[in-house]
Design a protein around this ligand. Structure first.
Ligand code: HEC
Length: 153
């Protein structure tokens, strides 16, 4: 067992060492990547965006709780996840002053999360599972919109 671990460690270390030691040829593509990275670093990310992203990470964690709750039929966990989704969504909305379509997505999201909360309260596993699918679609729809019409930083 220990021998295996040691061998594995040596292999990993060797691989890491190789990538570090390899001379990195600075091709034109590299230069271009560097300059785009620099440009990206210049106008990103503002405080607002950083906070917004933190809220979104919370949303992601809350969705995971919901999924776990669905998987093990724990309605309290589903309800708790739904509650977190609702509060973080409300807070995140403050961060984005945006167009009508964004607000529509935000309203949809709230409505669907409510559906999820109600299904959890009424202990309807199928209903909660379907609502969770809708929640997921809603994440994707809003993100698709945001990607096409980026929010101000
Ligand atoms: C009403 C719109 C909207 C909805 C609904 C929404 N998001 Fe987001 N999300 C955003 C915006 C705006 C950003 C920031 C995009 C950017 O970085 O420019 C974002 C970014 C993210 C990010 C990336 C954060 C980072 O670290 O860069 C994650 C993860 C995320 N959202 C998760 C979710 C999940 C999970 C859901 C659904 C449960 C969800 N979002 C629903 C608007 C939304």
């Amino acid at each position: 067992m220990r021998r295996h671990d040691t061998i594995l460690l040596v292999i990993v270390a060797a691989l890491l060492g190789m990538t570090w030691l390899l001379p990195s040829p600075s091709s034109r593509a590299d230069e271009e990547t560097k300059s785009t990275e620099k440009a990206a670093a210049k106008d990103k990310p503002g405080v607002k965006k950083t906070v917004l992203r933190a809220f979104m990470q919370k949303k992601l964690a809350a969705s995971q709780s919901v999924l776990e709750g669905l998987a093990v039929e724990d309605f309290d966990l589903i309800a708790e996840g739904a509650k977190q989704l609702k509060t973080t969504a409300g807070a995140a909305e403050f961060m984005v002053l945006s167009d009508a379509e964004y607000l529509e997505h935000a309203n949809d999201f709230r409505r669907i999360v409510n559906k999820l909360a109600v299904a959890a309260k009424e202990k309807r596993l199928d209903g909660a599972t379907l609502a969770f699918l809708d929640v997921t679609m809603s994440c994707v729809d809003c993100h698709q919109h945001v990607r096409n019409a980026p929010v101000d930083k």
